[in-house]
Design a protein around this ligand. Structure first.
Ligand SMILES: *Cc1c(COP(=O)(O)O)cnc(C)c1O
Length: 426
């Protein structure tokens, strides 16, 4: 495979852009090799600057559930642009998208749109702290909620894990309010509640940032009960799983109601949109109704809203979509699993709707420590060998894979065939 143009472009980019990329995972550091520079997308495929074509299992890290260049989304964006790209004033389309989202979650009353998932979770936590009047929050190891200061934490030392900054530049004074618990482990949550004055718990109910590790229903129910007991607000971060694991995210699969839910990715149909929604008594504390401040020049941007609206309407009108996507994801993973078995490669996987995650591990992971026991070197090899054959998987073992509606049964079969070649060398 010739990647000369990508190599040249990457060298040029590195002269001007830090690391040559605008988000670190794109640099391929954990799998080796150089990043592919994308020229364009076509349904389930992307084409790079050297003309190579890849079946895309990243789909912009989730947003593109209909694949690249979906005509309905494209048309609605073009129409919106013709009326002006931004006003910083209310537009009717914001209410339309708000209605579409809230209709799916009847227990949520009000929503606010922002421009990224990071903004959504950061603002949701501010609201939760403001409403509960307590500073400490609980976060789970292996869950990702964007890059705001109080969420960039790793486990500190000692029996109870008050967070320590996982990045230079984050004051320890900020992260000391973030307590870290283990995913799917209710005792670790109880310890955090005992150790701090906790006003908020944030969790991905279907964790998609340590590959794919769904929370047990029982665990989430106990977590909800603990929040209630302790006067803490429960935030479900469904930036990835919302409109992906099912039309209603984890709520569609488990029926558990959080106090605040955050959205992103699919909600913007490929444009920058995030959102957080909650019950009226919580959301009315937010400015301008209440005293908790949050704002954004481009929040509710009409072009981005129109992409989100087209995307959501299309999702709602395709009743069987998630079953079809899940069947494809299952077929892919079951195919990989049987090939791995033939080759004596330890392999486990999870599927939720259009999301899949697999592990070169001896057992199916339930938490971050389990995930970390996986064979990263083997993943790196898998990644580069599949890439060479025209299959674009995430350049990190800690990411979820995505099926889009433009992927055909033949695409899935081709991927399984390619893995049967690759597996022999793993
Ligand atoms: C992607 C993601 C975020 C951050 O969203 P950005 O748009 O990248 O800021 C937050 N939470 C979860 C669960 C995510 O998957």
């Amino acid at each position: 495979m010739n990647t000369q143009n990508s190599q040249k472009l990457f060298q040029e980019a590195q002269k001007y852009i830090v690391g040559g990329v605008n988000s670190p995972v794109r640099a391929f550091k954990s799998v080796g090799g150089i990043p592919i520079f994308i020229k364009k997308g076509e349904g389930a495929y992307i084409i790079d600057e050297d003309g190579n074509k890849y079946l895309d299992f990243i789909q912009s890290w989730g947003p593109l559930i209909f694949g690249h260049c979906d005509k309905d989304i494209e048309n609605s964006i073009c129409q919106a642009v013709q009326n002006g790209t931004s006003f910083g004033a209310p537009t009717a389309i914001e209410t339309e998208l708000a209605k579409e989202v809230l209709e799916l979650f009847p227990y949520l009353d009000k929503i606010r749109f922002v421009s990224s998932g990071t903004e959504a979770t950061m603002s949701a936590i501010r609201v939760a702290r403001g409403v509960s009047g307590k500073d400490d929050i609980i976060k789970f190891k292996g869950c990702y909620h964007g890059h705001s200061d109080s969420l960039l934490v790793s486990a500190g030392s000692g029996a109870v894990t008050f967070g320590t900054p996982s990045s230079p530049g984050v004051p320890a004074d900020f992260t000391k309010h973030t307590l870290l618990a283990d995913y799917n482990d209710i005792d670790s949550v109880k310890k955090c509640f005992e150790a701090g004055n906790v006003g908020c718990v944030i969790i991905e109910p279907i964790a998609g940032n340590m590959s794919l590790v769904p929370a047990d229903k029982e665990f989430l129910l106990e977590l909800k009960a603990l929040c209630k007991e302790n006067g803490a607000i429960l935030i479900f971060d469904e930036v990835m799983s919302g409109f992906r694991a099912s039309l209603k995210g984890s709520y569609g699969l488990l029926g558990i109601e959080a106090d605040i839910v955050t959205f992103g990715k699919v909600i913007g149909g490929g444009m920058p949109v995030g959102a957080f929604a909650g019950k009226a008594e919580i959301m009315r504390q937010l400015s301008p109704e209440g005293p908790i401040y949050q704002a954004g020049t481009l929040s509710g941007n009409p072009v981005a809203m129109s992409a989100g609206l087209a995307s959501l309407k299309k999702l709602k009108s395709n009743e069987n979509l998630y079953t079809e996507l899940q069947t494809k994801a299952e077929t892919l993973m079951a195919g990989f699993a049987s090939i791995a078995k033939e080759n004596n490669i330890p392999f486990h996987y999870n599927v939720r709707g259009s999301m899949f995650g697999f592990f070169f591990n001896d057992k199916l992971p339930k938490n971050f420590d389990d995930v970390c026991a996986g064979d990263e070197e083997r993943y790196a090899k898998f990644h580069s060998e599949m890439l060479k054959r025209g299959f674009y998987f995430a350049p990190s073992a800690y990411e979820t894979g995505f099926i889009c509606s433009a992927m055909s049964g033949a695409d899935i079969e081709k991927s399984i065939d390619a893995f049967s070649e690759v597996a022999k060398a793993l």
